[in-house]
Ligand binder design. Sequence first.
Ligand code: WT7
Length: 645
Amino acid sequence: MSANVFPVPADVAARAHIDEQKYTEMYRRSVEDPDGFWGEHGKRLDWIKPYSRVKNTSYDFHNVSIKWFEDGTLNVSANCVDRHLETRGDQPAIIWEADDPNEHKVITYKELHHEVNKFANVLHGQGVKKGDRVTIYLPMIPEAAYAMLACARIGAIHSIVFGGFSPDSLAQRIDSCKSNCIITADEGLRGGRKVPLKANVDKAVEKAPVDCVIVVKRTGSEITMKDGRDVWYHDEADRVSDHCAPVEMNAEDPLFILYTSGSTGQPKGVVHTTGGYLVYASMTHKYVFDYHDGDVYWCTADVGWVTGHSYIVYGPLANGATTLMFEGVPTYPGPGRFWEVCDKHNVNIFYTAPTAIRALMGAGDEHVTKTSRKSLRLLGSVGEPINPEAWTWYHNVVGEGRCPIVDTWWQTETGGILITPLPGATPLKPGSATRPFFGVQPAIVDAEGNFLDGATEGNLVITDSWPGQMRTVYGDHERFVQTYFATYKGLYFTGDGCRRDGDGYYWITGRVDDVINVSGHRMGTAEVESALVAHPKVSEAAVVGYPHDIKGQGIYAYVTLMEGEEPTDSLKKELVTHVRSEIGPIASPDLIQFAPGLPKTRSGKIMRRILRKIAEDSFDSLGDTSTLADPAVVDDLIDNRQNRA
Ligand code: WT7
């Protein structure tokens, strides 16, 4: 092995739930006897009616169907809140750290119970019923967690839309799941800047009308409220009781929808259900982060992404953990903020994204070393491959060499972590997500779908189901089947490339489809393209990713203008603004190249392989261009490339 190997530190092994031997035994049982294994671990939740059936899943292309614990009933909010009242009512459930470093709030399990019940009754008061879809467009404030748990309490299905999405993207997501109620705030606050959430909602509902908008007061700025449709949360909460009985839900009733980008078309509504999802989120949270009672755990994600769902709210709270929720950004008021917050709240477990690590690494070690960080015991990484350089900095400077790093690979679709080290069991290699979690059976296939054995590289598939897996695309089961089970029939295709080394460790190499990963945020190149061509001066656009020092991947757009339009710098700016308003700031192109022509095959298909190479500034290896309709366009593209090394 060329990579450095970091053995499990003795003190970590000594206190860990799972050591190497236990991992091996449990993993073997989980794949040899999934019914027995998950039947046992499903008991980590409180069920109203216990399940008698555990796994009932089929990856058969003609009949994809995924059900876990299908005859059991339970309520997610009762599992995340009520069941902890007796043993840990006064323990902090949520520590909320505001954008402003002088503001924070501690919410105990008792208080969480009160707030969730109130919120559930407010939803009832607005006519929200079991099975209804509720759109949540909130900043990172405790009400986001209350709202999620309140939906779960009454059996409504939440669909959270990240606050960085534009009114158009929000409208599209409201419309797609036919949601009738939106929960938002007057404004968000990030890095000292205000985000006009309610104003965005006002624009979105012009296109996708709803019956009710519940507005949480965050900044107190002036906003417009429409009579008969918009209500202030605090007014409604004053009027309702703080008792709302949790509704009995079937294990396979939907818990939430979360939209995510794919290689084609509009974002897909990923559907997660109640029982299997919560078993999987809570179990991975406990073992991957080696969570022990009393630990303070902090995941820096936003609840607008799946990481926030599974590892800020549902997993930790189901485990009775103390979860820290952060409203701000890593660099405000300065690049030491993360570590100052760790010291302020004695954080033991810290989970963030490589893009944040790289940005802070660039800001200088002194912002880290001036803090103590002695409470930290474990570090985590998620969202994109972590380059060994960032891994090493995280390990040495942030963790002072004593904290293992869990590099967790998973997806919105997987509900929870699939490939990851367990801190007490897995020797680490920088840049590798290492080995599968219990019940997860990864495999590597070639382009034809042949299984590749031993040390190899190819496409990552999963050969059988695990309880946290998505069940369907909302309203479009056929799209679910086509997206994930059609490429390699009978296998779940992840869309990721992957290498396996001689020790059986997995190394994710990145997406192999037309999805790019920008700062850990997933973006379909097709979505950015359709935003660009919606501009009146654009005739054609092709978007690819290119390596970016901080973001992992940047967005590179090739744009062909309408006849007679001038390719100016001010038009480039206009196009960036246009994409931001169509999709949101996260989709802003980093580089735009005006291209008189795009490389196409004779049948008119854009050859993205060539565009990717040019965007990477590695055009000496363009491969065969003889099949192009007009090979000459390539020379112009190379001459005018925007990313010269
Ligand atoms: C894609 C999923 C899972 C929560 C956040 C992203 C990439 C994710 C890793 C990792 C290498 C990773 C993959 C995956 N990815 N974690 N540890 N190492 N790549 O969720 O938006 O659904 O994106 O993120 O490419 O397919 P997502």
